[in-house]
Design a protein around this ligand. Structure first.
Ligand code: MF3
Ligand code: CO
Ligand code: CO
Length: 258
């Protein structure tokens, strides 16, 4: 296993890229409304990232054709922005941004709600956000990586939801996807121990129904729930500090550095 412990210079670079990725999500909020296409949102995001001297990491990544992922309703992740995907009242969607700034990667995503949605959808979105928070609270040197997934899955299941286990969080910073893999469902005190200087994402995907994923054959990317029930996701890039964590993609100061 090759887990890069980032040095000061790398951490500073990844911090800047992560901040930009977080700022993209703040920027796009005002444009997420009924009637707009996900293609239009992608164009705005593309221009914003390029305008800040960065590169959208998803563009051409293993053939992915757009500058972000936008995943609506039953799409778990890797939704491709398209002109014929028009936001409508009640939709829930995840926008996932990965930036490359001066060669460093930052990766973050959050849910948006179009107009008024159902009680169930709201409960799912709020529970998924809480799952990410619970995962983050487990980040500190010496704690087991598995305790992140343990905390997430325990809560998700207690809420009556399921945890997607076919996609995971990941080391990030020097490359898009590095080791270690961060499972969102795991046993207590399993896996490796976290060390200062590790940087990885936590990005739980939580489903209303069955946990399994089916990728659309038409594009080879769009990952949907097998029962077409709803799925939600939130993601942050997190640095393990000497005493706890720093949420590098948190630009709204929701998390204090611990
Ligand atoms: N940003 C996603 C993640 O959180 C990965 C998207 S890869 C793509 O890991 F190719 F689908 F864009
Ligand atoms: Co990620
Ligand atoms: Co992402």
């Amino acid at each position: 296993m090759n887990i890069v412990i980032k040095n000061k210079e790398q951490i500073e670079g990844i911090r800047k890229s992560s901040k930009l990725a977080g700022e993209v999500l703040v920027y796009i909020e005002d444009f997420v409304k009924e009637g707009v296409s996900t293609y239009y949102l992608d164009q705005l995001i593309h221009n914003y990232i390029i305008g800040h001297k960065a590169i959208p990491a998803t563009m051409n990544y293993n053939g992915f054709p757009k500058s972000c992922c936008i995943s609506l309703n039953d799409v778990i992740c890797h939704g491709i922005p398209a002109e014929d995907v028009i936001l409508k009242n009640g939709d829930i969607l995840n926008i996932d941004i990965t930036t490359i700034l001066n060669g460093y990667f930052g990766d973050t995503s959050k849910m948006f709600i179009v107009g008024q949605t159902t009680e169930t959808a709201l409960k799912l979105v709020n529970a998924t956000k809480h799952c990410l928070n619970l995962g983050i609270q487990q980040v500190r040197p010496g704690n087991y990586l598995g305790n992140i997934g343990y905390a997430i899955s325990r809560y998700a299941i207690a809420q009556g939801f399921t945890v997607v286990y076919e996609y995971c969080g990941h080391g990030v910073g020097i490359e898009f996807h590095e080791e270690p893999q961060v499972d969102h469902a795991a046993r207590k005190n399993s896996g490796l121990k976290m060390k200062p200087g590790m940087i990885f994402t936590i990005e739980p995907m939580i489903n209303e129904g069955k946990p399994r994923v089916r990728v659309d054959e038409s594009d080879g990317w769009t990952a949907r729930t097998v029962d077409n029930k709803l799925s939600a996701q939130f993601e942050h890039t997190i640095l393990v500090t000497e005493t706890g964590y720093e949420v590098l993609t948190d630009v709204v100061s929701e998390y204090e550095i611990s």
